[in-house]
Structures are given as structure tokens and as C-alpha cells.
Design a protein around this ligand. Structure first.
Ligand code: MLT
Length: 314
């Protein structure tokens, strides 16, 4: 009887639209990825997939909302690296990672790019390094707020440079980018998703990519990695994953995982994400267990950097 029930649940799910909660603002990097994924999930799920933005507090408001949602497979979370870093950054996090979620698979990896205002004197990373040494904390670094990808990359960068820069937090990626272009702030370590259009438009300077390998997209193929440019072993990537609330039934989880796998094989999705410098996942991190191990590894790695930096929020 159990097997029959399981088969039935698989066959019936989903029989109404599925919602992907994005814990950041509409129009930002995570939102772009979620909307692209929603489109690609439509066919394998045979249902409409809608995106709902629930931004604020570094992605923790949206994540908390999904953790508290009915575990019926109709409310899912698309979250980035903040899934793994929030436990170290927020003293009063209203959920546990990974305990309060079911991992449905990793979606992509999203390298960042160290970019600067066009009128900065240095033109490459080694000149930038000298300029930072000469100017110290007069150099400032924008980020999209505590827990944002640019905040995290900035922490890793300052730790690797053994320099403390002045951090300027903004309320999101858009105002940070506007001030970087306008020269109110010097540098930003931003997700390629958001930086590529500005690089293509000649609006910012590139000092290097943060992943361990160069990117193949035209705008960045000649840009060295920061590791090549002298920051030994530097390797920072943002990533995005799909989650369901804890307690979602096994057949529904299997159905969602199968749909995610199908969506991530969609050639159009691979092409669209590739154009933004993203690499769609095709390895063991598509398995819930592999995804979970990866989140735990990242959680530990970042907890050290966050602790060293001593930056927390309540
Ligand atoms: C967003 O979509 O707003 C970003 O991914 C947030 C961030 O920069 O971390």
C-alpha cells in the first residue's frame, strides 16, 4: 500500500503552480537566475513556476519564510552562498542550516570579478596591489550589504591581501554598482552576472576574476584570475541551490530533483547562464546528499573568514 501511495504522490505532484522564493530584490543576480530556472522547470514539471521576491537581511528573511512554509513542494527557495554563510554572520538566525531544509540540488557556480572605477590609477592587479599598499584604508570597497556576495568576496580579498580596506555597504547590488561607476567608491568584488554588462559597456575596469580558472566569455577571457595575478590559491565563487522546507515527502523531493536535473540540461538555459559567466552544475552536487556536503564544506570554510573579520549582525 505504501508503494502505491508513493506512486500516486509522484503522479499527482504538482497539480498547481510552484513558487520559487528569491530572498533578494527583483532584477538582481539571484532573481535573474531564478527566473531563468523557473522557465526551464515549466516543461519537466508540467506546471507554471512563479518567482516571488522576499528580500532583506542578506537573504535570511526569504530563507526563513521557506523554512516555515508547508512542506508540500509548492514553495521552494532559490538561494545563493548566503545559505552557508548566514549561520556565521547572523547571531539570531531563525532557522538552521542545513537541518531546516531539504537540498534539491545545486544549480550553478557564479564567479565574481574584482572591478574598479574607470578613473582609478592602477590598470592591473599588481598595480592595484601597490596602490592599496600605498593608500591603505583610504581605499574603499563597495558591497551590496551584509551577507551579500560582494561582502563575502570582499572579506576573502582583504584576508588574502592582508590589508584592511574601508567597506561601504549599500542596500543591494544596483546602488553599489551605480556609485562604483560614478566614482563615489573605488572597488567592488561583484558576481559576474551583474558585472559583465558593465564590463561590456566599458563602465568599469577589471582587475581579475575570483575563480581558480579564467572565464571563457568574451568580455573576460583575457582577464587573469586573482590567483594568477599573485593572490596564491584565491578561489571564491558564489553558487546557487534549490531547497524545499524540511519534511517534504520523499516522492515529491524525487520529482523536484528530477525536474531540476532536466531543467539544467536544457541547452537554452546552459547558453543563457553561460553568457553571464555562470557554470551550470552537472556533477554529484546535483544529488541532494552531494549538495548537502557542499553546503556543509562551504559553511565551515566561510565561518573561519567571517570569524577572523569579526563582522556579525543580530
Ligand atoms: C542579489 O540577487 O541581490 C544578489 O545575489 C545579492 C548579493 O549580491 O549577494
Amino acid at each position: 500500500a505504501l508503494a502505491a501511495t508513493a506512486t500516486l504522490a509522484w503522479a499527482d505532484f504538482p497539480d498547481k503552480p510552484v513558487t520559487l522564493v528569491v530572498p533578494f530584490a527583483a532584477g538582481g543576480p539571484t532573481d535573474k537566475i531564478a527566473r531563468d530556472l523557473a522557465e526551464a522547470l515549466r516543461k519537466p514539471l508540467g506546471q507554471t513556476v512563479v518567482v516571488e521576491n522576499a528580500g532583506g537581511a542578506g537573504g535570511t528573511i526569504g530563507a526563513a519564510k521557506v523554512a516555515r512554509s508547508a512542506p508540500d513542494g509548492y514553495t521552494l527557495l532559490v538561494h545563493h552562498i548566503g545559505m552557508a554563510t548566514a549561520p556565521a554572520l547572523y547571531r539570531k538566525l531563525p532557522y538552521k542550516v542545513p537541518e531546516d531544509f531539504e537540498m534539491l540540488g545545486l544549480i550553478n557556480e557564479a564567479p565574481s570579478v574584482l572591478i574598479g572605477n574607470n578613473s582609478l590609477p592602477p590598470n592591473n592587479f599588481s598595480e592595484l596591489r601597490q596602490w592599496i599598499t600605498a593608500n591603505g584604508s583610504k581605499v574603499n570597497l563597495a558591497n551590496a550589504g551584509l551577507g551579500s556576495a560582494s561582502h563575502l568576496c570582499g572579506l576573502m580579498l582583504q584576508s588574502a591581501l592582508k590589508s584592511s580596506l574601508t567597506t561601504i555597504p549599500y542596500k543591494g547590488t544596483a546602488p553599489a554598482m551605480t556609485d562604483l561607476i560614478g566614482g563615489q567608491v573605488n572597488l567592488m568584488c561583484e558576481q559576474a552576472t551583474n558585472a559583465v554588462p558593465q564590463i561590456e559597456g566599458g563602465k568599469v575596469k577589471v582587475f581579475g576574476v575570483t575563480s581558480s580558472r579564467r572565464l571563457t566569455i568574451a568580455a573576460l577571457k583575457d582577464s587573469p584570475t586573482l590567483a594568477e595575478a599573485g593572490l596564491k590559491d584565491f578561489d571564491v565563487q558564489v553558487w546557487h541551490g534549490l531547497y524545499a522546507p524540511k519534511g517534504t515527502s520523499a516522492p515529491v523531493l524525487a520529482r523536484l530533483n528530477a525536474a531540476l536535473r532536466a531543467a539544467l540540461k536544457d541547452p537554452d538555459l546552459i547558453k543563457r547562464q553561460g553568457a553571464l559567466g555562470l557554470t551550470v552544475i552537472s556533477d554529484e552536487r546535483l544529488d541532494p546528499a552531494g549538495h548537502r556536503r557542499f553546503v556543509e564544506t562551504e559553511k565551515q570554510r566561510w565561518a573561519k573568514v567571517i570569524k577572523e573579520a569579526g563582522e556579525y549582525a543580530d
